[in-house]
Design a protein. Structure first.
Length: 375
């Protein structure tokens, strides 16, 4: 996921999908952090905000699918972990320093935020970053399983994980808390590996996935709009209560992202330097705008709640989402050109050699052959 680890020759159709998904995630955070609960109770704009909120979980799932698809053939890399952590610390510690120096009276910098900024993974500063880090740790074992399990056993593992994070919560209200998120990510990773080994190749041109994706997306939108219509005109709150819950839970949260992924995978592979360059900044956009200190910008800077009942809300939404995406992209680009290069140099000069020396020492004590060690 770390931008420094990407190949510049990635398929631009898939890189465009990264950009679209990150825009969906930014719009999702605009919807959930930009309004107070009472803002949209009697507003016709409520349907628009709920439609925007559908994109968050869908976008995250597609990100995992894309990452899994390309990580299946990669080996374990300590360097990648170091670059990943450097990127996280830049945003957590950078925002902490920003608020301490320029907004000392905001009251947002607490002891808990300080602790989370120093230990973003173990303290769960970003739920997605923590879950993805765990997925990276498991990736060598998952890759081994994907390549050696066979088609039937791999499918069986995916079904078991789907039961854990989709059917149990939806049908029996059984939630396994944090483990459910990790199970979801592993299921998506295994699915991406299955597609890589047994599914259609990039540029296959299969249009059925495009049609299925459009139909499923239309059903989700139709459900949200119908629920809001029934509430506004007939006062039927039952449907409104589940307007967002059903599309973002159960099998929808797996099938719709998968079909979106397969839809873009079917397009003819192309290369665009501009698209790939923007896509390389996408994870930085996430770390910037979903920072626990920066989240206040939706209310403090954009005044989103003031547009809750305004006919200008669609334009405000477009402007706010694009502004945040472009600002996050610019900050990530500056990070890559400055602090990112410095951290990469330190990683290559000190951290990687130290890790390799430690591996050699442990391997010699455990009598592990030289050729079997991963770098």
């Amino acid at each position: 996921m770390s931008s420094e680890a990407r190949s510049p020759m990635r398929n631009s159709s898939m890189e465009l999908l990264r950009i679209i998904c990150m825009l969906m995630i930014v719009a999702y955070h605009y919807a959930i952090y930009g309004f107070y609960s009472q803002d949209l109770v009697y507003s016709p704009n409520k349907a628009l905000v709920e439609l925007l909120s559908l994109g968050g979980q869908f976008g995250v799932s597609v990100f995992v699918l894309i990452s899994g698809y390309y990580m299946v053939d990669k080996r374990y890399s300590f360097r990648k972990f170091s670059l990943y952590m450097g990127q996280l610390w830049f945003y957590t510690l950078g925002s902490l320093l920003l608020f301490i120096v320029f907004f000392p009276s905001s009251g947002l910098v607490t002891r808990e935020i300080l602790s989370m900024s120093l230990l973003p993974i173990s303290k769960g500063y970003y739920w997605f970053a923590t879950s993805f880090f765990l997925l990276m740790l498991l990736s060598p074992y998952l890759n081994c399983f994907i390549k050696n399990a066979g088609q039937r056993l791999l499918l069986s593992a995916i079904v078991v994980l789907l039961i854990i994070y989709t059917f149990l919560p939806s049908l029996f209200a059984i939630h396994l808390s944090y483990s459910s998120t990790l199970a979801r990510f592993i299921a998506l990773y295994l699915t991406a590996g299955y597609v890589r080994l047994y599914g259609p190749e990039e540029g296959s041109g299969r249009r059925k996935h495009r049609y299925i994706f459009i139909v499923l997306l239309g059903l989700c939108w139709a459900w949200v709009l119908a629920a809001n219509f029934l509430w506004q005109h007939f006062g039927l709150e039952f449907f409104l209560r589940y307007s967002n819950y059903l599309p973002q839970n159960g099998i929808f949260i797996y099938v719709l992202p998968l079909e979106m992924f397969l839809c873009f995978l079917s397009f003819r592979p192309t290369y665009s330097k501009t698209i790939n360059s923007f896509a390389a900044l996408a994870f930085g956009v996430y770390l910037f705008h979903d920072n626990q200190l920066i989240r206040s910008m939706w209310q403090g800077v954009f005044k989103s709640s003031q547009f809750a009942g305004s006919p200008w809300l669609p334009l405000h939404t477009l402007g706010a989402v694009l502004s945040v995406y472009l600002a996050g992209s610019l900050i990530e680009l500056l990070r890559q050109k400055t602090v990112g290069r410095l951290w990469q140099h330190v990683t290559d000069r000190f951290f990687v050699p130290a890790w390799e020396a430690l591996c050699r020492r442990l391997s010699s004590r455990l009598n592990i052959p030289e050729k079997s060690r991963d770098k």
